[in-house]
Design a protein around this ligand. Structure first.
Ligand code: HEM
Length: 253
């Protein structure tokens, strides 16, 4: 069991890291030859980080376009953030004071995630326009995340898992010396689903987490007039008419 899950764990993490880096490389090396910032956009380069930050922290564009989806998505992401904060202790021996303090509060991150995810799922079923553009992978991801939050919450509130053993196993994994794998069924399911999520991440729309930073409509400065880019062929003013064009001009008088 330990060897199997250690191998699966390393494979999932390798796919995740290589996959995400490859996608980020692709995003970064894709030319963005047109000025297409979505206005109102910053008119100086220094305004761009603020704009991106408002997207990352507040999901500003989504807020402007659809308040219900924004609320559902925001609640889910807050729950996810809290869940990840609570998982820090599984992977690192010492927990920073601030995180340890946050950890003392019972915040029910699983239930917060499930609330947001449930609403996102419901919207895909009851809003015609949203249902029309939904594809199988949209539902698959929602179900996968619901299952992870669900099994995590069950592990926390109903079927106690051996947290010390989880910590030993995870820290062993990080140090390339895997310790015994915790065999409580609910943990096996939770962990397996997380591995599936990690391996699927680079191929899914979850890559929006990195893609946002490369989005031309969000990261461009609105200065097409102030900073005009002239193509090399147009640098000397009007190009000389070609012989064919000259003939055509003469013919038309
Ligand atoms: C390899 C990585 C992971 C391990 C070893 C792990 C392990 C665990 C364990 C042992 C619990 C029960 C905690 C307790 O009893 O206090 C738990 C809870 C939970 N897990 Fe994970 N987990 C992992 C990754 C994730 C990920 C990536 C997510 C989210 C996408 C997640 C979401 C949750 C949630 C929402 C809970 C309930 C937390 C609560 O209500 O306090 N887990 N996890």
């Amino acid at each position: 069991m330990t060897a199997l899950f250690a191998i699966l764990g390393y494979a999932a993490i390798a796919i995740f890291l290589v996959g995400v880096l490859a996608k980020v490389w692709k995003y970064g090396s894709t030319p963005a030859p047109l000025k297409i910032p979505q206005t109102p956009a910053p008119v100086t380069a220094s305004g761009v980080p603020t704009r991106i930050l408002s997207e990352v922290v507040l999901f500003k564009s989504l807020f402007k376009s659809n308040r219900v989806i924004w609320l559902a998505g925001y609640v889910f992401h807050i729950g996810l953030l809290l869940a990840l904060v609570k998982h820090y202790r599984f992977v690192f021996a010492s927990v920073p004071e601030a995180l340890a303090y946050i950890d003392t509060f019972e915040m029910y991150p699983g239930l917060i995630m499930l609330g947001g995810l449930g609403l996102l799922f419901l919207l895909r079923l009851i809003v015609d326009r949203t249902m029309f553009i939904s594809v199988m992978t949209d539902y698959f991801l929602l179900v996968l995340l619901i299952a992870i939050a669900g099994t995590g919450s069950l592990a926390k509130h109903f079927f106690r898992v051996d947290i010390a053993q989880v910590k030993d196993f995870m820290m062993g994994l990080v140090a390339f010396k895997p310790a015994d794998f915790p065999t409580q069924p609910i943990f096996i399911i939770h962990f397996s689903l997380v591995l599936l999520l990690l391996a699927y991440f680079p191929f899914s729309k979850l890559m929006h987490a990195a893609g946002l930073f490369f989005s031309p409509t969000r990261n461009q400065v609105d200065n097409p007039r102030e900073k005009r880019i002239v193509a090399p062929w147009a640098e000397g003013g009007q190009p000389e008419p070609t012989p064919v064009a000259e003939e055509a001009m003469e013919a038309s008088g």
